[in-house]
Design a protein around this ligand. Structure first.
Ligand code: ATP
Ligand code: ZN
Length: 287
């Protein structure tokens, strides 16, 4: 494809890589991300994909080397580059937390006063302590913060956590959440009108993919005597579709429900006599 292309930076290899490339693929963007590739041109959409270290992405976007990028909010907050974060992407969810060794008699955030805290996120941690009026000694390290207390390098750490199992296996206990994070789409401050048009198209697709991921398509058979109550449980995009079944006492009802309400709605539907409930994943949901 020729003409203007939007350059998007995604993580080369790490926790955000698969979700980032899968998101683009689900947006209908075809490209080859073979091992070791630095850059790839999409075949059917005017974008070029750059595969980079996540820490470098905010700066590349701020400098205009890339126009947009996908990074964790934690990285964005740490690097403080002047870019806009325009859409949360729903993956890469984690939290940046303070953790202390199990034998640390932790009572409150004041216990960090004068302590050595090892982290790869010094800016965020410094701001957090300043906001809480704590003078802690922050040690910037480049990785594996979880081992710092056991080797005597620090009294506590501040690191990313998702399940908490890494902390647990290193004898640490999570005591304060400093920030919540997920992957976001970041954009350079000024885009030409041509690039903005491409971004708008991509963003429209991203929103459809996200909406689809949060919703399920549900089909069920409802006894007509409870039809009104069953319909009331299912808002649908506009309202549920109701089709007569060959058995005139029953109808087939089709609708869309939110993943978060899913089990509660299914239980209520069953209690109203719904049968043959089928739940399907949705690929795209255009709103
Ligand atoms: P790179 O080589 O690109 O610098 P990295 O080692 O810094 O990679 P990863 O560990 O791959 O980074 O994490 C990338 C991002 O994934 C994090 O910045 C964070 O936003 C997100 N993430 C989600 N869950 C976790 C977790 N449990 N631990 C660490 N990062 C997580
Ligand atoms: Zn990194």
């Amino acid at each position: 494809m020729r003409g203007t292309k939007l350059k998007i930076a995604v993580q080369k290899s790490g926790r955000l890589s698969d979700d980032s490339t899968n998101l683009l693929k689900r947006c209908g963007v075809k490209f080859n991300n073979g091992l070791g590739k630095l850059k790839s041109e999409a075949e059917n959409f005017p974008i070029e994909i750059y595969f980079l270290r996540d820490d470098d992405i905010p700066q590349y976007v701020a400098d205009g080397v890339a126009d947009i990028g996908i990074v964790g909010e934690n990285v964005l907050a740490e690097t403080r580059q002047n870019v806009d974060s325009i859409e949360k992407l729903g993956f890469g969810k984690c939290r940046l937390s303070l953790a202390v060794p199990k034998n640390f008699q932790y009572q409150s955030i004041k216990d960090f006063e004068g302590k050595r805290v090892a982290t790869t996120y010094p800016q965020i941690v410094r701001e957090f302590f300043a906001a809480n009026n704590i003078a802690a000694d922050i040690h910037t390290i480049s990785g594996s913060a979880e081992i710092a207390p056991s080797i005597g390098l620090a009294d506590a750490i501040c690191d990313l956590v998702s399940s908490g199992s890494t902390l647990f296996t290193n004898g640490l206990r999570e005591v304060e959440t400093v920030m919540l994070s997920e992957a976001v789409l970041i954009v350079r401050k000024t885009l030409s009108p041509e690039l903005q048009t491409i971004l708008d198209k991509l963003l429209f697709r991203i929103k459809s993919v996200k909406a689809a991921a949060q919703n399920k398509y549900i089909l069920l058979n409802a006894p007509n005597e409870n039809l009104a109550e069953i319909i009331a449980l299912l808002p649908g995009m506009r309202s549920p579709s109701v089709l007569p079944l060959a058995d005139s006492d029953w109808s087939s009802v089709h609708s869309v429900i939110n993943e978060n309400d899913f089990w509660t709605v299914v239980e209520s539907l069953k209690s109203k006599g719904a049968e043959g409930i089928l739940v399907l994943a949705i690929d795209q949901m255009i709103q």
